[in-house]
Design a protein around this ligand. Structure first.
Ligand SMILES: *[C@@H]1O[C@H](CO)[C@@H](O)[C@H](O)[C@H]1NC(C)=O
Ligand SMILES: *[C@@H]1O[C@H](CO)[C@@H](O)[C@H](O)[C@H]1NC(C)=O
Ligand SMILES: *[C@@H]1O[C@H](CO)[C@@H](O)[C@H](O)[C@H]1NC(C)=O
Ligand SMILES: *[C@@H]1O[C@H](CO)[C@@H](O)[C@H](O)[C@H]1NC(C)=O
Ligand SMILES: *[C@@H]1O[C@H](CO)[C@@H](O)[C@H](O)[C@H]1NC(C)=O
Length: 491
């Protein structure tokens, strides 16, 4: 239950591949990430990388060196540990083959133990000394290029290139006759440098594999309740322009246990860059067919019927309350309790227009008289209801509400003769306004969960209605640090 559109945003957006080829498939849900969003993802990645990078143990280094006075000895550096990494500046840039992240001016602090020993048949007494050292790595550059491709609906992340370059190292020895060996240890700079380069590159490769497994483990469908599943498969490779990364997600609801043979919705549209606000990190756009497919699924599952037996004005559920509206009903069933059977007659239709959401709903309203446990339908009225709606984001959910715009009605059948429809109309209006619309709103207010990873939240979302779509332009903020391994386990 806890996964939906935005759930994906973060996994999915760890990176995206560059592609000049226009994607052919369009999704009903699109996510556009702006430069600002990419920057945010990059910063999150780097801070996660740093926290998983340290402490990092490097392999022992051995080298034979000449030490003044002592002569040629075997020098060993062991327990080499990177315990701190700092990144002063970093960039993320889409390139022709993939997205490149470069961290420049990175620093690393290492600690290590050093020792040497020396003995020959000439001098049988072993000469040795040992101590510890701290190493400061300066001006380290780390670069990697990532590619993200659609692979049967999930995203496949691969590392195209990765490099780490250490520009300068300074070593400070403690213990032993440090002054004596400083020069010797300085000769090991290059070895330490390449050990750091190798270790960091390997760690990045491992990290990308971990991230990829996070992506692979994302569900292709998000189950909502007992009935519906939202198809969150990717329909094409991520599409990169020079100012955004676009992800296309199928975005249609299907019945939870049903295999859908063909799509009833036309995919012929273009929805790039709907969020025109470059100071927002992402635009999440939902086509009206996302909602229409959900409504269809619930309709098809026979869930759009309900029997109203409690209303604010309970007198409307007794024939006495209808005495003046339908006198013959009262005559035939004096003071009988009633209920109202509201039954949606075809899948409701949602249209998103500029500044507005319009829903059209055809329902049959059957009035039942209750006679000692027996339900006697007495008349049925067909309604065509127009409602206008709005969407909002509250606490990481997409919620909304509807208002009754207008309705028209006609008598479908009657067991009690002709009705004066204008009188019935006002009762119907009361029932719609006091029962039906509040009921629908109660449901809608619960919303459609857009959970992020634990530790992230939507910030200052702004909702736009554009061209058959609802677009949420939003920032994302991290609430706490996220542990990558935990993500793998959770997904
Ligand atoms: C490795 O170094 C750390 C800190 O410098 C020290 O606490 C630890 O005892 C050392 N381990 C060994 C096996 O010498
Ligand atoms: C490395 O050590 C220096 C001095 O000891 C300190 O100023 C710096 O913040 C440390 N850097 C990291 C990344 O731990
Ligand atoms: C991005 O591409 C558009 C046209 O495709 C161009 O007008 C614009 O200058 C480009 N922006 C950058 C920053 O390269
Ligand atoms: C989900 O969408 C993908 C891409 O449109 C499609 O190939 C797949 O069959 C859909 N899955 C279901 C269960 O409808
Ligand atoms: C409610 O009305 C529909 C037709 O409008 C009918 O099919 C259904 O059986 C009725 N439900 C009940 C419980 O009477």
């Amino acid at each position: 239950m806890a996964h939906t559109v935005l759930y994906i945003l973060f996994h999915l957006l760890f990176m995206s591949s560059y592609s000049y080829v226009q994607s052919t498939e369009q999704g009903f849900i699109s996510i556009d990430i702006s430069d600002k969003g990419l920057d945010f993802v990059k910063d999150q990645l780097i801070s996660k990388a740093i926290s998983t990078l340290t402490p990092l143990q490097l392999p022992q280094i051995e080298k034979s060196l000449t030490i003044p006075v002592v002569g040629r000895v075997q020098f060993t550096l062991s327990n080499i540990t990177i315990y701190g990494v700092g990144v002063s500046s970093s960039t993320v840039k889409p390139g022709e083959t993939g997205v490149t992240i470069v961290a420049t001016g990175a620093t690393a602090n290492l600690s290590m133990d050093w020792r040497y020993s020396y003995s020959t048949w000439l001098i049988p007494i072993a000469i040795s000394d040992e101590g510890s050292a701290s190493v400061q790595v300066e001006g380290m550059e780390v670069g990697l290029t990532l590619e993200l491709k659609n692979q049967q609906g999930t995203l496949k992340l691969s590392l195209l290139e990765c490099g780490c370059y250490v520009r300068d190292i300074s070593i400070k020895l403690d213990g032993g006759a440090s002054w004596l060996y400083q020069g010797a240890v300085d000769a090991l700079k290059e070895n330490i440098g390449s050990a750091v380069e190798d270790a960091v590159s390997k760690k990045i490769r491992d990290g990308v594999v971990t991230l990829d497994s996070v992506l692979q483990s994302l569900p292709k469908a998000v189950i909502l309740g007992d009935t519906a599943a939202l198809n969150v498969s990717f329909v094409s490779d991520p599409l990169l322009t020079n100012s955004s990364v676009d992800l296309e997600i199928d975005g249609l609801f299907t019945a939870k246990d049903k295999v859908v043979i063909s799509s009833r919705y036309d995919r012929n549209f273009q929805a790039l860059g709907l969020c025109k606000s470059p100071d927002k990190m992402a635009g999440i756009s939902l086509h009206e067919n996302v909602f229409n497919s959900a409504l269809f699924v619930y309709y098809d599952a026979n869930l759009m019927h309900w029997i109203v037996d409690k209303i604010p004005d309970q007198s409307l559920l007794n024939t006495a309350g209808w005495r003046y509206v339908i006198p013959q009903l009262y005559k035939q069933f004096p003071d009988y309790d009633m209920n109202v059977n509201i039954s949606v007659a075809s899948p409701p239709l949602v249209k998103i227009e500029k500044q507005n959401i319009i829903a059209t709903i055809y329902t049959d309203v059957t009035i039942d008289v209750l006679d000692a446990g027996e339900v006697i339908p007495v008349l049925c009225i067909s309604l065509e209801i127009s409602a206008s709606g709005f969407a909002e984001i509250s606490r990481n959910s997409l919620a909304g509400g509807v208002r009754l715009s207008e309705f028209t009605m006609s008598l479908k059948w009657s067991e009690i003769g002709k009705l004066r429809m204008h009188l019935v109309q006002s009762v119907m209006s009361t029932i719609l306004k006091t029962v039906v619309i509040p009921y629908v709103n109660l449901r809608l207010r619960r919303g459609f969960p857009l959970p992020l990873f634990d530790g992230y939240k939507l910030q200052d979302p702004q909702i736009l209605y554009i061209d058959s779509r609802i677009v949420a332009c939003t920032d994302v903020a991290s609430v706490t640090q996220v542990n990558l391994n935990q993500l793998v386990q959770n997904s």
